[in-house]
Design a protein around this ligand. Structure first.
Ligand code: O7E
Length: 216
């Protein structure tokens, strides 16, 4: 996946009109958006379709799919039917559940992102240290795309070591959560950034500042 300026916008606003205005205001700096539960639950799955139809962006649906295989299949099917290019799936649920989402992605000629470890402080409680095993499982399943945290660089770098240089890693936590763009891009291929852009007084200035800061 080619991510313009290495930035994926986390579109976590809960209003489709405001989301449109935001994306329009920064559309020349990005080509990839991540739509998650905030916008989808507020406005429906049609928000994915509407964005896909109006912007020529890669659209990653962040539904952190984490259920039994039969339910994962249904979630993935509805998501791809709505127009998503990829879906984010939790790894901790195990191989059968992840494989179920992969199979649906394959039917649509689309992809999944496998979530290894998370970026928030509470992630160290149960998930920390499991990322390598989840990454190994992803490799066994032939998965090319992964999510790993920018706020725990030791974890991100270790997960990169397991995956090797050819796998694609996207990393949340830059900005508001404390992650640094250049440190993160030593190990990740793209940054997921939300609040530092959409909560800024001027999102265009904010994204330009981040782009200017990126030197790697
Ligand atoms: O902190 P922000 O506002 O820059 O937003 C970060 C986004 O990344 C937000 O949508 C959040 O749900 C998501 N995220 C994390 O912050 N931490 C994680 O560990 C994982 C994700 C995520 O996107 O998961 C799937 C990629």
């Amino acid at each position: 996946m080619e991510v313009k300026n290495n930035i994926i916008l986390a579109l976590d606003l809960m209003d489709i009109i405001k989301s449109f205005e935001l994306v329009e205001s920064i559309s020349k700096y990005i080509n990839t958006i991540k739509i998650g539960y905030p916008l989808t639950l507020a406005e429906g799955l049609k928000s994915v379709t509407v964005f896909k139809e109006n912007f020529e962006f890669n659209t990653i649906c962040d539904y952190k799919v984490a259920d039994i295989p039969a339910t994962n299949e249904k979630i993935a099917d509805l998501t791809f039917k709505a127009g998503a290019d990829s879906i984010i799936v939790h790894g901790f649920v195990g191989k059968d559940s992840v494989a179920a989402s992969c199979d649906v992605a394959l039917e649509y000629g689309k992809e999944i992102f496998l979530l290894t470890e998370m970026s928030h402080p509470g992630a160290i409680q149960f998930l920390k240290g499991k990322g390598e095993k989840i990454a190994e499982m992803g490799l066994e399943l032939g998965i090319n795309n992964y999510v790993a945290p920018s706020t725990h660089l030791d974890r991100l770098s270790s997960i990169r070591s397991v995956l090797g240089k050819d796998k694609f890693i996207i990393s949340p936590g830059v900005g508001t959560q404390g992650g640094n763009p250049n440190d993160t891009l030593k190990y990740a291929d793209a940054l997921i950034i939300g609040r530092s852009i959409y909560n800024a007084e001027n999102p265009e200035i904010a994204i330009k500042e981040i782009i200017k800061e990126i030197t790697v």
